[in-house]
Design a protein around this ligand. Structure first.
Ligand SMILES: CC(C)(COP(=O)(O)OP(=O)(O)OC[C@H]1O[C@@H](n2cnc3c(N)ncnc32)[C@H](O)[C@@H]1OP(=O)(O)O)[C@@H](O)C(=O)NCCC(=O)NCCS
Length: 341
């Protein structure tokens, strides 16, 4: 008797396949805002910013340049490296806390800008951890053979939610985008493991209270600055170090490796002192740690994606090397990935 339907998932001999990053790309806006520029805007100094954070400058998007524009440019560069056409892309995930607008999703706008008309598209919100959350989600579709080609982008226009009169936060952040194409590649293990975590007890440490259903925009909410990013810097710092060290160790333990097997550690670029503390506790050498924070500040979901692209361009990572990505962000959220490049 003919079956009533075919269950596409009913193959009992199903075996997952590995998922590799086959292309990376990044984009930062042209305009540079230096510490000297900030000295003219708030009561701060290059010395304070450099010694407390390691940041020297950050890139700021133009008024008419949006998160989707930066994401699309980074995506096109990643597609070029992977040799992938827009038609081939099955899935677009954009990790961001600064979407062009609440809806439609920035991923849909990127889909249109790059011409990936076949692709499913959605946004992912895990703050600075978004890119790692994104590659783990995309990997599930490649492993299960649901899709062949996924595009994951971390993109932010943080300059649009920063209070430029608040010296506690405005010196820390910048704009930009980083992208990766994920596919199965023969004879490569690709993403070996991805650790993801969250602790909502600490949701208040880093947030933007206004603009959602709890606090829609009103003249009062705008006047009270509820549409700006706010942060408890000291507590965030401590939590960042602990969560990143623990996630990185979990990821390496799962692969039965120690830090000496890792060629390049790419940490979330929030603060040089956080990176130093994480590096020290992981026993990573300065040569292993990739840092580009001085040029861009904290670009949230774009941060490790831009750093990964630059590490590849600088030939810090070669095919077959093991790479450790480790991130932390609002939520609180965190993540770590071990990748055979
Ligand atoms: C924000 C951060 C750089 C502050 O560094 P810190 O060593 O904790 O600094 P402190 O809190 O000791 O700073 C204290 C003083 O510096 C002042 N200060 C803050 N920003 C300043 C600035 N841009 N310029 C000059 N002084 C500043 C504060 O007003 C405070 O003054 P007070 O003691 O008179 O009140 C640090 O806490 C940090 O990076 N935290 C993590 C932030 C982060 O990464 N967030 C994103 C995570 S994804």
């Amino acid at each position: 008797m003919k079956a009533k339907f075919k269950n596409p998932r009913a193959k009992h001999d199903f075996q997952g396949r590995s998922c590799s990053i086959t292309g990376v790309g990044s984009y930062v806006p042209e305009k540079i805002l230096t510490n000297a520029d900030l000295e003219k805007m708030v009561e701060t100094s290059d010395e304070w910013i450099t010694s407390r954070t390691g940041i020297k400058e950050r890139h700021i998007a133009a008024k008419d340049e949006f998160t989707s524009d930066m994401a699309a440019k980074a995506a096109q560069r990643a597609m070029k490296m992977a040799g992938v056409s827009a038609e081939q892309i099955d899935l677009v995930i954009v990790a961001t806390i600064t979407p062009d607008m609440p809806f439609p999703s920035t991923a849909c706008l990127v889909q249109q800008k790059i011409g990936a008309r076949r692709a499913a598209a959605f946004d992912l919100e895990a703050a600075c951890s978004g890119f790692i959350y994104g590659i783990e989600i995309a990997q599930q579709f490649i492993m299960s053979r649901t899709y062949d080609t996924a595009l994951v982008v971390g993109a932010e226009k943080l300059s649009s939610i920063v209070d430029w009169t608040d010296r506690n936060t405005c010196v820390l952040f910048g704009d930009g985008a980083g992208a990766a194409i994920l596919q199965h590649r023969e004879n490569s293990n690709g993403l070996l493991t991805v650790v993801m975590g969250a602790d909502s007890n600490k949701a208040g440490l880093l947030s933007m209270p206004g603009g959602g259903s709890a606090c829609p925009a009103t003249p009062e909410s705008v006047a009270s600055g509820l549409h700006f990013l706010r942060m408890d810097g000291k507590e965030t710092f401590k939590n960042a170090v602990n969560a990143m060290v623990s996630a990185a160790n979990d990821a390496m333990r799962r692969c039965d490796i120690d830090i000496t097997k890792i060629k390049c550690v790419i940490p979330h670029q929030a603060n040089q002192r956080i990176i130093d503390a994480v590096g020290e506790r992981l026993k990573a050498t300065p040569e292993q740690l990739f840092v580009n924070l001085h040029k861009y500040g904290n670009t949230s979901a774009a941060s490790v994606a831009i750093a990964l692209d630059e590490a590849v361009a600088a030939k810090k990572i070669q095919r077959g090397d093991l790479v450790l990505l480790v991130v932390f962000g609002a939520g609180l959220t965190w993540g770590a990935a071990v990748i055979e490049w």
